[in-house]
Design a protein around this ligand. Structure first.
Ligand SMILES: C[S@@+](CC[C@H](N)C(=O)[O-])C[C@H]1O[C@@H](n2cnc3c(N)ncnc32)[C@H](O)[C@@H]1O
Length: 370
């Protein structure tokens, strides 16, 4: 069993841990820390985690069994010299060190990076300053105890590859997926985003519903590791890809802006999931429908939430949108991402927020409206 670290946005630790446990195949035993979920799994876990996880930003492989103590650059280099670098780094590759330190005597990130590079030179694996396919080494120190880990993902996993076009204030794919999983969306029930923008909720919903792994169209840093096992990787892709299915229920997005509709349509085409409908339609024109389903939306906010009278106008809009959706979709569960408590209140949110996270620096809450 290997230990791996999933790096997640703060606030998404619980939903990510649940998603990791649901991977099965020997993956489990999660432990949460701030912005990190530690988990264990067999040799193919790192491939599966990268390919399949929807809520995680990256997956790290820790080097060494436990954190080590270092209060000087020399001590750091000495500890780093012992790690099994040749499994992860090819001589001549670019090395990037992402260091963070809390209550540590060593805090100068440049010196920390140099200490790691020195260890590699000692081991006969010199690295370049600049070049393609960098290896990112994550170094985290707390109270002089350090954990070294190699990044297996490369570009952040929210970059699925399908969302090239964006509209106003797009939501990160990992946030949309986390919101959908948190509200229990499985794909068996119809889903509507009446303010879909570039289509992130509907794109992620379509991937979930069709069981299409989010990483199918991208590459990963682990593919450049000297220890990469292409056969094992092909097996994983074949097994996971074999579970894909046509959408079992409707997935629909609508937006009043033509630019958003165009962006969403292009993105959905690239996501290669058939059957998602994207319409140019105002939320006010949402047609009535009976039966269970999920309505989820990320209404515009921007400057309106600032101080002054604009907030009153926004309140009125949020109340009207929520009431309209309750009337048109009486049997559905309705959720909205809200940037401010006053708006959630105005819309008649029920109970506590379902999920909280920071979206591009703005704290938001996913609230249940029905
Ligand atoms: C914050 S953006 C949604 C972003 C989206 N979640 C994404 O990831 O791209 C809000 C969207 O609501 C749309 N919108 C504003 N008023 C609307 C209305 N009355 N009816 C439908 N859509 C509206 C805007 O055009 C915009 O695309």
């Amino acid at each position: 069993m290997n230990t791996l670290i999933a790096v997640v946005a703060r606030g998404l630790e619980d939903v990510a841990a649940k998603e990791i446990r649901a991977l099965g195949g020997g993956i489990g035993k999660t432990r949460k820390d701030r912005g990190r979920v530690f988990f264990q799994g067999p040799a193919d876990a790192v491939y599966r985690a990268n390919l399949q996880l929807r809520t995680v930003d990256r997956v790290l492989v820790p080097l060494g069994d436990k954190p080590f103590e270092a209060t000087s650059s020399l001590a750091l280099t000495r500890a780093a010299r012992e790690m099994a670098w040749e499994e992860w780094v090819t001589p001549g590759q670019t090395l990037r060190v992402a260091a963070s330190a809390k209550a540590c005597r060593l805090y100068h990130t440049g010196a920390i990076a140099d200490a790691i590079k020195e260890a590699l030179v000692y081991r006969g694996i010199p690295t370049e300053e600049e070049g393609d396919q960098p290896v990112t080494v994550d170094l985290r120190g707390t109270a002089d105890r350090w954990t070294l880990a190699v990044d297996s993902s490369g570009p952040s996993l929210h970059r699925r590859g399908y969302r090239k076009a964006t509209a106003m204030a797009p939501l990160k794919e990992t946030f949309a997926a986390a919101a959908l999983l948190k509200v229990g969306y499985t794909g068996e029930e119809p889903l509507l985003d009446p303010m879909c923008g570039s289509g992130t909720f509907v794109g992620e919903a379509a991937l979930i519903a069709s069981r299409r792994p989010p990483g199918l169209d991208r590459s990963f840093a682990f593919e450049n590791w000297p220890s990469f096992d292409p056969e094992m990787w092909q097996k994983v892709v074949g097994r996971v890809g074999g579970a894909m299915r046509p959408l079992p229920a409707a997935v629909e997005g609508a937006d009043s802006a033509a630019t958003a509709v165009k962006a969403a349509k292009g993105n959905l085409r690239r996501a290669e999931v058939d059957g998602v409908r994207i319409l140019k339609r105002r939320i006010q024109d949402t047609p009535p429908a009976k039966g269970p389903g999920i309505v989820i939306m990320n209404p515009p906010y921007g400057k309106r939430v600032g101080p002054g009278t604009a907030i009153d106008a926004a309140r009125g809009e949020w109340r009207a949108w929520a009431n309209l959706l309750r009337e048109r979709r009486p049997d559905a569960q309705i959720y909205a991402l809200s940037p401010a408590e006053v708006l959630a209140e105005a819309a008649g949110a029920i109970g506590r927020p379902v999920l909280r996270f920071s979206n591009g620096g703005i704290p938001v809450a996913l609230v249940k409206l029905q």
